[in-house]
Design a protein around this ligand. Structure first.
Ligand code: ATP
Length: 714
């Protein structure tokens, strides 16, 4: 075992026997602790970067105690798991669930060498006070009292020398990497300043809202309420499942904003729309354009300029704030705020603390921010589940009497007096700025996809299994049990790939190649195989290899070498020079150079320009050699499919329960499906334990955004 730091340290050489967990309570970091960290990395339980944190810390503080060192390493590990901090108390109560260690071998393969100890083993006998005290004597950790940090006395403005800005912050029982703590503080401060309601006259709003929502649907109309909530503060949050009308609502909200401005003789509001990925941005634009005519028609006569006052494009968040290659700061930031009065962000569940902090820092404090998203979806892979955390303090009927009066005056809707149920009434300003849309117009009560999503969300595994095990021929949701030899899986995969493999055979010429590539992408988008895991036979890596091999053997694709016609790839790292974002999908196709149409076609990777700018063609053609970071993408992880929709989504479950497979992941996979959802279970999982355990397991993110904003009201 590699012990690179052994020479630098004053180890406690009183090594425990191999069979007993090392006692962490009284030790300096022994060589054995470092060995154990190496074992965790080798088993895929932890990233090398987390192990490197131990090395860096020891370089600066060789006499750090073992519990403190383990805490710092675990804080780094948690960042890799999407948490902004290590919740030390939760870790001591249930390290296994919190840390998601052990995770098999993390790769789904047979484990070569099982680590001798888990973090839970090492933490036996450690108390929260003891652990905190160990950190407090560590020079790399600064202590923040929760109250002082919330009310602004924080290390944010402190000088930037290493000594005064230690890399870790402990706030109560939470241990943060400092940057995430700062970002969380930045978000809290920016949202806090936006939560005070504006003094608006209700009557003009009522008159426009009645025109926008003419139907007399059964009360309450949450879309109308959402508009009234969003207009009142400079921050609002509209959450809802698929097809609940988030886009419809936001378009009506924008119409409300512009009609108010036009009626008052003011210039139209400067509105910007954005989403975390190009694909999500394109979907939002498509959805808005699809609804615009019908929504505008009743107002054409009274407001002839209304259409011009609405945005005609949707950008990625990165583009909106001007993130630039090799530059730490985006173009728009506190010193140079984005010129916008209203910013709407769709698919906000995919945004982590870093991007949200940058977005908020780019906005003038007068700019109104509206977040849209589905709080039940998987959170961002980046640390910080901003939407989930903000939603966590919201109860659907947590409006105060004051808010209900405002809603009655502006919408004519009387919400039930929830003060009869004191347990859910909260004064939290955040809760007054949020609305949950409940009714799905896409998946009505008869839709099995909608019903399945609801069962999974409610943790009802047996209800989900009943729906999935239907024997209906053309069922929109179904379960396929794979068998030895993988014949069932093969059939599903072949069926899902068939449309675009057929599209590949259309004839090619220099004139039609963009249209042909667009048609191939459209066919490719009809169905998508999704995996929960990256590694292992049922993870994306194994499945992609298997699919590629199957297509080669069947002659469906001429798989020769790394690059071949029809190879779908996913970009795995942002490449600003090529204007490619991590997660973008390309398809390898023959390309005829329009300059020399007689020359034989060469291989290029086609990418869709999701949002076409003036003068741009719909497809970008990039030579394979220029792509520095990409992988084959017949199958994708559910994370990477977030923000996309397919006619048919196929989720392939791993053979063994895995902490990565959670309720949120399964829900996200189901809600990617427009018309059909198929779940494939491994042959060995005859009792569907993997699905049941996945539905029972929830992602617990350790951030404090919601709680901090709620505490501001105290
Ligand atoms: N109040 C309503 N009455 C009738 N149809 C509606 C209503 N609201 C939305 N719809 C329709 O339901 C469909 C979904 O609406 P919309 O796209 O606004 O939902 P969404 O929540 O943004 O969906 P997603 O984010 O999942 O794409 C659209 O066809 C829309 O026209």
């Amino acid at each position: 075992m590699n012990r690179p730091y052994a020479k630098q340290m004053a180890f406690d050489l009183d090594q425990p026997s191999d069979s007993a967990p090392i006692n962490l309570t009284s030790r300096r970091p022994s060589a054995e602790l470092l060995d154990i960290l190496d074992e965790w990395v080798a088993a895929g339980w932890m990233r090398s970067i987390d192990r490197a944190v131990a090395g860096l810390v020891l370089n600066h503080a060789a006499d750090i105690s073992a519990p403190a060192l383990l805490a710092l390493v675990l804080a780094s590990h948690q960042a890799g798991q999407g948490h902004v901090c290590l919740d030390m108390n939760a870790c001591l109560i249930d390290a296994k669930s919190l840390l998601r260690i052990p995770s098999g071998d993390g790769r789904g393969n047979d484990i070569q060498a099982v680590p001798r100890f888990t973090p839970a083993d090492l933490l036996q006998g450690v108390t929260l006070t003891g652990w905190q005290a160990a950190l407090d004597s560590c020079p790399g950790v600064v202590l923040q009292r929760p109250e002082s940090s919330i009310h602004g006395s924080s290390i944010l403005g402190a000088p930037t020398s290493e000594q005064s800005n230690p890399p870790f912050v402990r706030e109560g029982g939470l241990l943060y990497l400092r940057r995430y703590w700062q970002q969380e503080q930045g978000i809290v401060a920016a949202l806090r300043s936006r939560l005070t309601p504006d003094a608006l006259p209700a009557e003009p709003i009522r008159h426009i809202l009645d025109a926008l929502f003419p139907s007399t649907i059964a009360q309450p109309d949450w879309q109308k309420i959402a508009c009234a909530v969003a207009i009142r503060r400079r921050f609002s949050l509209i959450t809802g499942g698929p097809g609940t009308g988030k886009t419809t609502t936001v378009v009506k909200f924008l119409l409300l904003e512009q009609m108010r401005a036009l009626e008052a003789g003011l210039p139209p509001r400067r509105i910007r729309l954005c989403a975390p990925t190009g694909k999500a941005a394109a979907r939002l634009l498509q959805s808005i354009l699809g609804q615009m005519d019908a929504l505008l028609a009743p107002f054409d006569a009274a407001f002839p300029d209304l259409r011009k006052a609405l945005p005609d494009t949707v950008e990625t968040v990165h583009r909106l704030i001007g993130v630039r290659p090799n530059q730490i700061h985006p173009v728009y930031r506190a010193e140079n705020p984005l010129p916008a009065d209203v910013v709407v962000v769709d698919e906000a569940s995919m945004i982590g603390v870093e991007l949200m902090a940058k977005l908020l820092a780019s906005l003038d404090e007068t700019t109104q921010l509206v977040l849209l998203g589905d709080k039940d979806q998987l959170a961002s892979v980046e640390p910080g589940a901003v939407l989930g955390e903000l939603s966590s303090v919201i109860a659907p009927d947590a409006y105060t009497a004051e808010t209900r009066n405002w809603l009655a005056a502006t919408t004519g809707q009387t919400l039930p007096d929830s003060e009869t149920n004191k347990s859910i009434v909260t004064d939290a300003a955040l809760a007054q700025a949020a609305v949950q849309l409940h009714h799905s117009y896409r998946f009505d009560s008869a839709s099995d996809i909608g019903a399945l999503a609801r069962c999974v969300n409610a943790g009802d595994a047996s209800g989900a299994l009943t729906l999935l095990r239907t024997n209906k021929e053309q069922a929109s949701v179904r379960l396929v049990a794979d068998a030895a030899g993988h014949q069932p899986l093969r059939r599903i995969v072949q069926e899902s790939l068939a449309p675009w493999l057929a599209a590949l055979n259309e004839p090619l010429s220099a004139e039609n190649q963009d249209a042909r590539a667009s048609a191939i992408f459209a066919a490719h988008n009809k169905a998508q195989v999704l995996c929960a895991l990256r590694h292992g036979p049922y993870g994306v890596t194994g499945l992609n290899r298997w699919i590629e091999d199957m297509l080669r053997r069947s002659g469906a694709l001429a798989v020769t070498g790394d690059w071949y016609i029809g190879r779908p790839i996913m970009v795995t790292r942002n490449d600003p020079a090529l204007r490619l974002a991590n997660g973008e999908i390309g398809i390898t196709l023959p390309y005829v150079n329009p300059e020399s149409p007689q020359s034989p076609p060469s291989l290029r990777v086609a990418f869709v320009n999701e949002i076409i700018e003036k003068g741009e063609s719909p497809i970008r053609w990039i030579a394979p050699g220029r792509l520095t970071a990409c992988e084959t993408a017949f199958a994708l992880t559910v994370h990477k499919a977030q923000g996309s929709e397919f006619d048919h989504s196929v989720l392939v479950l791993p053979a063994m329960p895995n902490p990565v497979l959670t309720r949120e992941l399964i829900y996200t996979a189901i809600t990617r499906a427009r018309h059909r959802f198929t779940l494939v279970s491994a042959p060995t999982d005859t009792t569907f334990t993997v699905l049941k355990q996945g539905i029972a397991s929830r992602v617990q993110r350790s951030g404090q955004l919601g709680a901090k904003l709620a505490r501001l009201d105290d």
